[in-house]
Structures are given as C-alpha cells and as structure tokens.
Design a protein around this ligand. Structure first.
Ligand code: GLN
Length: 526
C-alpha cells in the first residue's frame, strides 16, 4: 500500500503546514499506519546548511548527516521517526541532479526542460519512501502563486493524473483572517488561494483553515461552496497553546476518518487515544525553572527551535515549566541578567561574533555553580574558558576565531581535514561516543556508548587534554578513543559540554537525558 497526502499552503507563509501535515500523520499513525513525511522547498539553495538562521530558523541535522530545514525536526518529534536525505528536497538540489545528469549525457541530446525533466525528478522523489511507509505526507514549501513553487505544484498535478485517485489526498492550509474593524472573519483570501490552486489543476480534498476565532457553519458552507470542498472537509485550526494539541483538535473534526475514507483505507488497529492524554499531562506543572540561552540569535526563537523543544519536553517530564529566555551574547549587561536564571545553556554556532559573551557566561556558570550545558560551540567555549582561566593558557582560543593563537585548544584536526564526504570538512550526522564510568555523563545516560548527531568542523585539540585535566576540567567521553565528545568539571553540581547536538533527539515523552539532567539540576537551586 502506498498512499500520498499532499500539503500545500495559501494566502501567507508560516501557517504551520508542517505541523498540520504532521498532525494528520500522527492521527494516521495512531490508527496503526506507518507514516513518514517529505519536505519540498522551492528555494535554490542546495540545502539549508548555509542559510542564515535569522531568516530560516535552525538547521536540523538528520542521523545520516543531512542538513535540513527545521520542519524535519517537527516531523521527527511528532511522528517519533528518524528522517534522512530522502525526507528533504530543495529546488536547488533537484536542478543540480538534473543538470549533472545532462552533463553526463544521460538525456541523449534532448532539450532539458522544467517539464518533463524537472517534474520527473520531483515525482521520483515523491515516491522515495514508498517502501518504508504506508502513507507519505508530502509538504510543498512556500505559498501557492509563488513563481518558484510552480514546478512542484505542476508535479503534484501530474502525479494525480498518473496515479489512482484513491491513493492521493490533497490538503490546502490557508488563513481565514479576522478583520477587527468589520468584526468579521474573511473567507476571500481562501477562495482566491484555492482558485489559484485549481488553475494549476489541483483541487483540494480538504482545507485546513488557520484562524484566531471559531468558524461558524455559515462560514464553513461558504468556503465549501466557493472552494468546491465538502463541508465536513473544511477544517478549523484554531491557534493552540501547544502544537501537540493540534492532532486532537483535528481528530475532533473527524479528519482521520475523512482522510481514510478518501484513501480507501481501514484502521490497522484500535485508535490509540493515550497519546492525547500523555500530551495533556505534559502541561501540568507544579514548579518553574528559568533557563538562559546565551546565543547570537537572541531575537529569533526558531534559530534554536530544537533546543527550545528539548527543554520544554524535558521539563514537562519533571512536571516543571521551563521559562526559556534568550540572551544576546553581545549584551553589555549579560552577567547582570544571568543572575536571574537557574541554568545556563550556550548553544552551537559559527563565527566569532558574540564569542566573548559566551565565554563570560561559561565563567559565570562555572564560578557560581550554576547548572551549565554547552552544545557544540558552547562546549568549545567551555574548553577555551577553562584553558584561559583554569590552566592559565593566556590567549587560548579556537583557530576558528584566532588562526595564530599560541594555544589552539580547539582546531581542525588532520583526521577532520580528510572528511571530504557529506558537507566538505564538516563532521555531520551520527558518531558514537564511549562514556567513562563515574562521570556526570554516565550518570545521566546510564550507558557506556551513545550515538549522537554532529555538525561541526572544529574539535577539542587532544594535545591540551593533559594540562586541562590537571585543573579539574576533564573529558568524559571520546569518539574512537581520540576525539573528545563530552567535557565536564569536577566539584560542580552540573557542568557539561558536548561536541554533538543532543537537541535533535528529543521527542515528547522521550526527553533527552542531558536536558532532563539540566532541568533537574536547575530545580535543585531554585
Ligand atoms: N563553529 C564550530 C565548529 O565548526 C561549532 C559548530 C556548531 O556549534 N554547530 O566546530
């Protein structure tokens, strides 16, 4: 059985197509189906690895080392699946594949065109996971009407033509805005958006309407009539206090039954409602901890999306509310502000901007025994901090920030220079780390080998381990006995730096041990 649900969006961007699609997927999963999601982004970047997190949010890294859009994080967290290269596509990547083929002479002298060559490649990727799951949910990025989205919409049209009607369902996510002056919800933008979609040859089976107020029956009737969608398939998606409440909101409107009816599939098992209950229990708190994230992109929550999710998921398991605040590492009053927090997290990052602030935050956490978690660049900052302030290696630095430093405590190692696959010299994707016993890391993970996701070029320089370890700063996990993966400090309630990104591996009800440990430690000092 291979079924496909296409998700397109209209009116404005950022409507939460990914969350809507993942919510539909979750319902199908609770009926026993194997579900996965695939993202198609119409931009020309080959992958989002080089895109500015300010514009695009965090770069999510999959187990196989693919740098992707943050939507893959939503898919993984909602569906509790692992995604890979097959789950993420961009126009740039698709064109590159076709152009490479053309250069190799594969097209045998034909004129290479958007239709059929680009659309064929897109359609080939629509079916990429058909052997791994029962239902592929395919999210087309952007908004209908965008010039760059056209080849993708055209591919959906062709795909519908070439496959059985009952194997495909099309959902359009739109906005029903509220006009304050008129005190009315307006359906016109949705009508226009669906018209645009139908011009391309896609007639949606269901419309998910994002709205701030409930849609009454007359409004639903209107959308149904003008958009040629059955009335019960006009779905209301009210703003929710947690994205994880959306599946239940859709369930209450029979979205799962409507989807299964159209796809002519029967539930594979009794619907598992316990997921809804578990999600609800995640918002029952009896205490609060305040956590500061000291990073470069303080104004944009999406830049640290997975970290934010991980903290909330971990806190929820401890019946705690995580109040997460972002402090700019260039803020002049950073230390003054840090005094109000129960835990400090320094996240990953690239480039020297804001480094001094991050290092100061590490000093503050270390000296004042505030629970500290350093992720990737955050871990590297903790190595620099300890080298300068504990081992007295004046001017110690990462060669990323000072090429000529006397003490290159973080540098690109020769082994690393040889990694040519997957993103040049970057260490990307899962790598194993062996954890030493009787360490904080071992205490948290409770196992001796972990497999975590990486995305970095620089590493802790093993030449400095011995001198650092004399100060109480030590390495508690290595990759293949050589590359430092986790660092800690003696005589501190919770101080841990990890070269990898644990934030990509948190799911509701499956908090990551490092985040849970941080919240637990923070609880002890409130
Ligand atoms: N810039 C650092 C490196 O390349 C850290 C990267 C990160 O934090 N993801 O090693």
């Amino acid at each position: 059985m291979a079924k496909y649900v296409f998700i397109t969006g209209g009116v404005v961007s950022s409507l939460g197509k990914g969350i809507s699609g993942a919510s539909v997927g979750k319902l199908l999963q609770l009926h026993g189906f194997k579900v996965n999601m695939i993202k198609f982004d119409p931009y020309i970047n080959v992958d989002p690895g080089t895109m500015n997190p300010y514009q695009h949010g965090e770069v999510f890294v999959t187990v196989d080392g693919t740098e992707s859009d943050l939507d893959l994080g939503t898919y993984e967290r909602f569906l509790d699946v692992y995604t890979s290269k097959a789950n993420t596509n961009t126009a740039g990547d698709i064109y590159q594949t076709v152009i490479n083929r053309e250069r190799m002479g594969v097209y045998d002298g034909a004129t290479v065109q958007v239709i059929p060559h680009i659309t064929d490649e897109i359609k080939r990727r629509f079916i990429a996971l058909k052997n791994d799951c029962d239902i592929s949910i395919i999210e087309i990025g952007g908004t209908v009407g965008d010039i760059e989205g056209l080849p993708f919409m055209e591919s959906v049209r062709q795909f519908q033509l070439e496959n059985n009607k009952e194997d495909i369902l099309s959902i359009h996510v739109t906005l029903v805005p509220y006009i304050t002056a008129a005190r009315e919800l307006k359906t016109k933008p949705t009508q226009h958006s669906v018209n645009k979609l139908r011009e391309i040859g896609i007639s949606p089976d269901m419309i998910i309407c994002r709205t701030e107020y409930q849609l009454d029956d007359s409004l639903k009737k209107k959308i149904s009539l003008f958009c040629n969608v059955k009335e019960d398939c006009v779905i209301e998606a009210l703003d929710a206090s947690s994205i994880y409440y959306i599946p239940e909101a859709l369930y209450k409107q029979n979205v799962d039954s409507l989807v299964m009816e159209k796809l002519k599939i029967k539930p594979k098992r009794k619907f598992d409602k316990t997921w809804f209950k578990k999600i609800k229990s995640m918002s029952k708190f009896d205490k609060t901890v305040k956590i500061a994230i000291v990073g470069k992109y303080a104004d944009l929550k999406d830049a640290y999306k997975s970290i934010d999710e991980s903290l909330n998921i971990a806190a929820a398991e401890l019946k705690t509310k995580a109040e997460v605040h972002y402090l700019g590492s260039e803020d002049k009053d950073l230390i003054g502000k840090l005094k109000h927090y129960n835990a400090i997290l320094v996240p990953g990052g690239f480039g020297h901007r804001g480094i001094n602030g991050k290092i100061k935050a590490v000093t503050y956490a270390r000296e004042n025994k505030i629970p500290f978690l350093g992720i990737c660049l955050g871990m590297q900052c903790s190595v620099i901090e300890a080298s300068r302030n504990l081992a007295n290696l004046e001017g110690a630095n990462s060669t990323e920030f000072d090429k000529n430093t006397k003490y290159p405590v973080i540098k690109i190692l020769d082994e690393q220079k040889n990694i040519k696959y997957r993103g040049g010299t970057m260490r990307l994707g899962n790598y194993k780390a062996e954890i030493k016993k009787s360490t904080l890391a071992h205490n948290l993970y409770k196992i001796e080998e972990v497999d975590e996701r990486h995305r970095h070029r620089y590493e802790m320089n093993p030449e400095f381990i011995e001198i650092l370890e004399k100060t109480g700063f030590f390495v508690s996990a290595y990759h293949k006995g050589i590359l430092p993966e986790i660092v800690e400090i003696k005589n501190h309630p919770f101080f841990i730096g990890v070269q990898f990104h644990p934030e990509f591996d948190s799911r509701p009800m499956k908090a990551h041990p490092l985040f849970k440990g941080l919240i637990n430690a923070a609880l002890k000092i409130i």
